[in-house]
Ligand binder design. Structure first.
Ligand code: AMP
Ligand code: MG
Length: 423
């Protein structure tokens, strides 16, 4: 193991510094309907078009009345009824109550709602059943309690998920300005690769990293641009890198180890690359390469420095997935104008101890399955997925996270609270 390689933490810091630079650049924006908005990044703040709720709103089926009168258990005359969708009723006179449904406007003068289960109504006379009492404000959400007209409810950079889309709808926005997704070129390299539609001959394998990386890019907010796989020779790689020139971010898989046919680094160097690191002390994924290429015509960004980030991801599928999640995803979210911070980690209880680590000094990311259906007040439990090294795609597909084994740890014990990388 070369000690010249950055540690995991050092590599994270190098990538974060580049991501911070990219965050300063404003991606261009486009307008999408709410139906197309899931996962997109808001380009402008969302403002409340009116108070939320727009009127004092009953949260219960029952009777609007005065808390002081109801709590004294006086008989109150039921003088009217409002259900959700009806205009607010007129002022409520003393000694009166107003039947009201959940979501309906509370008439002025009433300061509480008695739940239907807590009253008796005899011949139009309502009484709160003793010993119950009511406080002013009970079962009512005041007008504007959640937001005032003109309040900023969502910041630019917010990733639109179901709740944010619902909020936009509540504010009358049928369409939203969102950032144009960064275009991410995905270039698989390797003489052994054939497209998924082809029948591999002995010695060949299907290019599974291409579709996997495309899916990872889409989930992280990018627009995947799958290039045809490139062969392991200088000419093919130079041509493929030239083809990827218009991308906002470039992901290359394979060809970054130290083998005779690992020709990606020299090809990047010929294209004018500046390397931030060529290897990280992690496992899997140690040969990961990260740097910047000069940009000829970036589509989306006003990039004064005219560079674009690239990652040379190791070809083994587990290595490709881990290195994407740890390093490429945060750069992608920065390019996307997103405030979301990736990668996502969580804490869990380790179901059974890890093997003794033979090569300390590497931060390890082991495929694992976390049972998030934990019982109340307990951390979810995570178990390692048996695997046969970083080429074990089937094991990767059985995992829903990676167990993080810190570089100084030789072994993590059963029952330890551990960090997991979610994916
Ligand atoms: P490399 O990083 O180029 O040395 O690739 C290491 C190994 O990863 C190869 O021998 C393949 O088994 C596998 N591999 C490389 N590229 C891909 C790919 N695009 N899809 C699936 N497996 C790949
Ligand atoms: Mg290769």
């Amino acid at each position: 193991m070369s000690t010249a390689l950055p540690s995991y933490d050092q590599a994270v810091a190098l990538v974060a510094a580049c991501a911070a630079q990219l965050r300063r650049l404003q991606p261009s924006a486009e307008r999408v309907t709410l139906g197309q908005a899931a996962g997109r990044v808001l380009a402008q703040p969302l403002f409340a078009d009116r108070d939320q709720p727009p009127f004092a709103r009953s949260t219960r089926d029952g009777f609007a009345c005065r808390a002081s009168e109801a709590s004294a258990h006086l008989p109150l005359t039921v003088v009217g009824s409002t259900h959700a969708g009806e205009a607010p009723a007129g002022p409520l006179q003393p000694g009166a109550a107003w039947e009201i449904m959940t979501g309906a406007p509370v008439p002025p003068g009433a300061d509480t709602v008695a739940m239907i289960e807590h009253v008796e109504v005899v011949e139009g006379q309502l009484r709160l059943l003793p010993p119950r009492t009511l406080k002013p404000g009970e079962n009512i959400v005041a007008q504007g309690a959640q937001a005032r007209q003109g309040d900023s409810l969502l910041r630019a950079g917010t990733v639109l998920k179901p709740a944010q889309i619902a909020l936009a709808a509540a504010c009358g926005c049928a369409a939203l300005e969102v950032f144009v997704r960064p275009r991410v070129a995905i270039l698989a390299t390797g003489d052994e690769l054939v497209p998924v539609e082809s029948s591999p001959t002995p010695g060949q394998i299907r290019n599974s990293n291409g579709p996997m990386l495309a899916a990872l890019v889409a989930v992280a907010g990018g627009e995947p641009w799958l290039l045809p796989a490139a062969a392991d020779n200088a000419q093919a790689l130079d041509a493929a890198l030239a083809q990827a020139a218009e991308a906002d971010l470039l992901l290359i898989s394979g060809g970054v180890s130290a083998g005779k046919f690992d020709l990606v680094e020299p090809a990047l160097a010929r294209a004018g690359a500046r390397f931030h690191f060529t290897g990280v002390r992690i496992q899997p994924g140690k040969p990961l390469v990260f740097g910047e290429l000069p940009v000829k015509n970036a589509r989306n960004l006003q990039n004064e420095n005219r560079t674009k980030c690239f990652f040379g991801l190791p070809g083994n599928p587990v290595s490709s997935a881990v290195t994407f999640l740890l390093f490429a995803a945060p750069v992608l979210t920065a390019l996307a104008g997103s405030l979301e911070l990736l990668p996502r980690f969580a804490l869990a209880l380790l179901a059974s101890a890890t093997d003794k680590h033979v090569k300390p000094g590497l931060t390890r990311f082991l495929p694992a399955f976390c049972d998030f259906g934990a019982t109340a007040n307990q951390l979810p439990e995570v178990a390692l997925v048996p695997w046969h090294g970083s080429g074990d795609l089937a094991a990767l597909a059985r995992a829903n996270c990676f167990l993080v084994v810190p570089e100084e740890a030789h072994r993590l014990e059963t029952g330890a609270i551990v960090r997991i990388l979610l994916f």
